[in-house]
Design a binder for this molecule. Structure first.
Ligand SMILES: *Cc1c(COP(=O)(O)O)cnc(C)c1O
Length: 394
């Protein structure tokens, strides 16, 4: 494997382990366990004196291929594949904290991520402060002597705010805390949190990495020392391991990641520009547009726009529902990153559990809609929006 390979090559060939049969496509090793030639061989394997697998909860060949391919793409030394994105987030957070520690997290987080730090962690005596992550001063003010972890997502769900990752990492390094970045919205192609100074990156592989709506998955990536010291034992003994079948599905998905994300981003950008000109649309938030409120940070840390677009309809919830119901190609679904274009109304779905006030803080109004652009023909999607908008009363 060559370190100089560019992403499109890494994602087709990276990490491939061929069996004695020389198969072209990656094999699925659906096995729980592994057999040893002799008792001595088993003993040596358990002592860590020989390379090899022990039990699928610890690691297995198809999962290894997925982890290695992700490491290559991310520029990480090591990784663990998990059963879902939430298993990755929970493991990344909890494996490195203990009662009495403190977490600072951006308040604009994927709903379940926010639950893990805001509700779950305090049950075990781990304190958490949520901040408006857009302003570095808020991160700095929240630091306490026991702060161990900074957790953020950038761009955020659903209003595509961004956080200055390098800035947060500098603050964390001053106090010896670790920065975890949930990089789902940026995709591994458009943002490299480890290069920006973050210590740990997590993905829901369910999203763009599968990208075809088939299976759940997640991955935690970091340097080898952090994984050895923090995640290794936690992962083995709490059991968030990914199914080898899902690892295989994701390996096949990731081969086409650059092609899909390119088409999705192109579609998202053109739809964002189209929507920005419509009289029924109050505002459009798209990381690839110059009018994004944090365009300067985006230019500094991202190499592409986004496959997602957030926009607000002047007619509030009624208009948002009417638009969604009138769309034909674009489906109503809270998922994202799929090859099918999907649209959702956060206030009544993904963010319904937040108070009206908490939603307002995140910029989610009754008229806010989030689009995840698919890989369909651009003109068909624009026509779908034009027809649907015509049915929304002004
Ligand atoms: C979907 C998602 C998750 C959770 O991933 P699952 O695979 O659904 O468990 C976490 N963070 C972000 C930003 C997501 O979009």
């Amino acid at each position: 494997m060559s370190k100089t390979w560019r992403p499109a090559t890494q994602l087709v060939h990276g990490g491939t382990l061929r069996s004695q049969y020389g198969e072209t496509s990656e094999a699925i090793y659906l096995t729980q366990g592994f057999v040893y030639e002799t008792s001595e061989a088993a003993e040596a394997r358990f002592k860590g004196e020989t390379e090899g697998y022990i039990y699928a909860r610890y690691g297995s060949p198809t999962n290894d291929m997925f982890e290695k391919r992700m490491c290559m793409l991310e520029g990480a030394e090591d990784a663990r594949a998990t059963a879902s994105g939430m298993a990755a987030v929970t493991a990344a957070v909890l494996c490195q904290v203990k009662a009495g520690d403190h977490i600072v997290a951006a308040r604009a987080l994927f709903g379940s991520c926010r639950w893990v730090v805001e509700t779950l962690a305090p049950k075990y005596g781990i304190e958490c402060t949520l901040v408006d992550g857009r302003d570095l001063a808020n991160w700095e003010k929240a630091i306490r002597p026991n702060t161990k972890v900074f957790f953020l997502e950038s761009p955020t769900n659903p209003t595509l705010e961004v956080v200055d990752i390098t800035g947060v990492a500098k603050l964390a390094n001053q106090v010896g805390a670790k920065v975890i970045v949930d990089n789902v919205f940026a995709t591994p192609l458009f943002q490299k949190p480890l290069e920006l100074g973050a210590h740990i990156v997590v993905y829901s592989a369910t999203k763009h990495i599968d990208g075809q709506g088939r299976c759940l998955g997640g991955v935690v990536l970091s340097d080898k020392d952090w994984i050895d010291e923090n995640l290794h034992d936690y992962f083995r003994h709490t059991g968030p391991a990914m199914s080898p079948f899902n690892a295989w599905t994701l390996l096949k998905g990731i081969e086409t990641l650059p092609l899909r994300v390119k088409q999705q981003t192109g579609n998202a950008a053109k739809i964002a520009d189209f929507l920005a000109e419509q009289s029924k649309v109050a505002k459009v938030i798209y990381p690839g547009r110059k009018d994004h409120p944090q365009a300067d940070i985006i230019a500094k840390q991202m190499t592409g726009g986004s496959t997602l677009v957030a926009f607000e309809l002047k007619g509030g919830k009624e208009a948002a529902f009417a638009l969604q119901n009138a769309l034909d190609i674009v489906k109503i679904s809270n998922n994202l990153g799929d090859s099918k274009s999907l649209i959702t109304h956060p206030a009544t779905t993904t963010h319904k559990n937040l108070s009206e006030e908490a939603r307002a803080e995140l910029g989610i109004s009754p008229g806010t809609v989030r689009l995840s652009a698919g890989i369909e023909d651009t003109d068909d999607l624009i026509e779908d929006f034009a027809k649907a908008l015509a049915k929304v009363s002004a």
